[in-house]
Design a protein around this ligand. Structure first.
Ligand code: DC
Length: 224
């Protein structure tokens, strides 16, 4: 018997590792809900940028996170009445998200929102601390990685496809900085959860990664 009736698959990994695509497809295959926890940090960051809130004003940013007027509708993400699905993917917003993610009260404010995504028949949660902090009793935990070069290539392609400007050298530098910040922060750093399965995807297609996660989940379910 599992401790929690609603199953959770926690997929954690560094930025641009492809975990979003994999987690989304796994959720579709299983008919589960999907939580893009990074989007919540990005929405808070976008909100802070729009309000010109100083990034070191922890109290003000936590307030924004606490009262985030966000909605996830299908594949679109809304901040109040504005569709910000594209805006939150900009590099500036991602970098700002990584900076405010070090603030403990911001993480605390977003934790409750994340737990609310756990609804029947199940949840696939993607982020940095899904298996370590938010859903420590997840049915399956996956730590999904790829080399920094493979990730920079993927991010470059994504940005160009979406019509954003992109520069390979800047992307590599940003990814390294963000990895450093996400992995070395004091609260909920990016690290493999206990019992996590490692998935190195540099030389894998998204479909192969999805199949592997589904195999692990089928196995984990038997023991849940
Ligand atoms: O996964 P992403 O690139 O959309 O996440 C943006 C930033 O948000 C990332 O650099 C760190 C932060 N984040 C976090 O601290 N914890 C999470 N569970 C998800 C994202």
């Amino acid at each position: 018997m599992t401790q929690h009736p609603v199953p959770v698959i926690a997929i954690d990994g560094p930025t641009a590792s492809g975990k979003g695509t994999v987690a989304h497809r796994v959720a579709d295959k299983l008919g589960f809900h999907y939580l893009d926890s990074g989007a919540l940090y990005r929405l808070t960051a976008l909100s802070a940028l729009r309000h010109d809130t100083p990034l070191n004003d922890e109290h003000a940013i936590a307030k924004l996170a606490e009262h985030l007027p966000c909605r996830f509708v299908g594949d679109t993400i809304w901040l109040a009445s504005e569709n910000v699905t594209g805006d939150i993917r900009a590099e500036e917003v991602g970098n700002t998200a990584s900076k405010i993610a070090v603030l403990p009260t911001v993480r605390h404010a977003l934790a409750g929102l994340q737990l609310g995504f756990r609804k029947p028949p199940g949840l696939v949660a993607d982020g940095r601390d899904m298996g370590t902090v938010i859903f420590p009793h997840a049915t399956l935990k996956v730590f999904l990685t790829a080399s920094v070069e493979a990730r920079a290539h993927r991010r470059y392609k994504q940005l160009i496809d979406k019509g954003f400007p992109a520069n390979m050298e800047d992307l590599l530098k940003d990814l390294k900085e963000r990895d450093e910040r996400d992995s070395n922060r004091a609260v909920a750093p990016l690290k493999p959860a206990e019992g996590a399965h490692f998935l190195e995807t540099s030389d894998m297609t998204a479909d192969e990664a999805v199949e592997q996660v589904l195999r692990w989940y089928a196995e984990a379910k038997k023991h849940a």
